[in-house]
Write a protein that binds this ligand. Sequence first.
Ligand code: SF4
Length: 382
Amino acid sequence: MLKVCALYKAIKLPELIYNTRIDVQNKMTTRTDLRNLTQEEIVDYVESLGQPAFRGRQIMAWLYRPGISEFSQMTDLAKDFRRILSEHAYMSSFQNPLIERSKDGCVKFGFRLDDGKMIESVLIPEPDRNTLCVSSQVGCAMNCSFCLTATMGFIRNLSPAEIVNQVCAVGDFLRAESKGNLIGSDRVTNIVFMGMGEPLNNLDNLLKSLSILTEQRGLDLTNRRITVSTCGIVPQMQILGENSTANLAVSLHAVDDETRDKLMPINRRYPVAELIEACRTFPMAKRKRIMFEYILLKGINDSDAEAHKLAKLLRGIPCKINLLPYNESPAIPYKSPSYSRILSFQKILMNAKYSVFVRSSRGSDISAACGQLAREENSDIS
Ligand code: SF4
């Protein structure tokens, strides 16, 4: 039986409350979205409701099961407790995403948030994996000059639930598709934080979402298959490394401060030398490698001299290099280099004994390729 004082405490815990909702009688109620909480926080939450800790672990095991949308479906919880939960908590989900399919198999999802804002995620299916590129913010404050998301400006951070629900909704899509003729697995196997936003500018919610994604009773993904990409927020990189074993990707894109200042304003705060030093000291397990992302922009950063400088700059850092030929957009003036220029740049790095991959621009026909995510709707909705 629930104690009234415990209940009062539960709904007063400010860190547990992310969302307010209007109930069907149009009365404003504040309920806790359990999908915003890590397992540890759910345990605290149920304890504050006068329940034993194991009830929290039971709830966690239900929350991310496909097809579970109501507390009434959590059949190993007492009926009274399920009723109390539905009065004070809920589990959010994304419904009816906008779906655009690319000719090359990529699928772009548009999710409308409770406040009307839109975010996007991109599914990149391959025979042996399904990688999902997720968003961490609505818009982005970093203002990189080659990026369409930057043109939206920063609107707000996503909550942990809004990050995790992208993965859940695409999981539902995959399970439905697998009844047809899907090529790969019927679940999201890999996650890259390379959608809208700078994840390290939303570090608390990023870390919570990583906990939910990797918790065995949560989405049960391994950190080995999760990559967090940053434009180079040096202090937060260290915190990420100390609190997560997810892979790190660093958007470098230039080898000198003059060029990088123009491409990525964050470089004025954390210049190339400081960023590279942070990569050298990044807390990382043996055999792990940092992924350096390098967008090739015609005439800007794609010369042989720059390839040699890049090889020298990264010397001694366990790493791989992804070369990304620029995805041209009418809204942004940069051009992609010729194929022969790309190969020449790659060859110099390979001769210097780096693992170097040239990434193809998948999803570009539906504006789902790297740096192309932006929703015009967000500028119309206040
Ligand atoms: S590239 Fe990334 S960090 Fe830079 S503006 Fe775009 S979303 Fe933000």
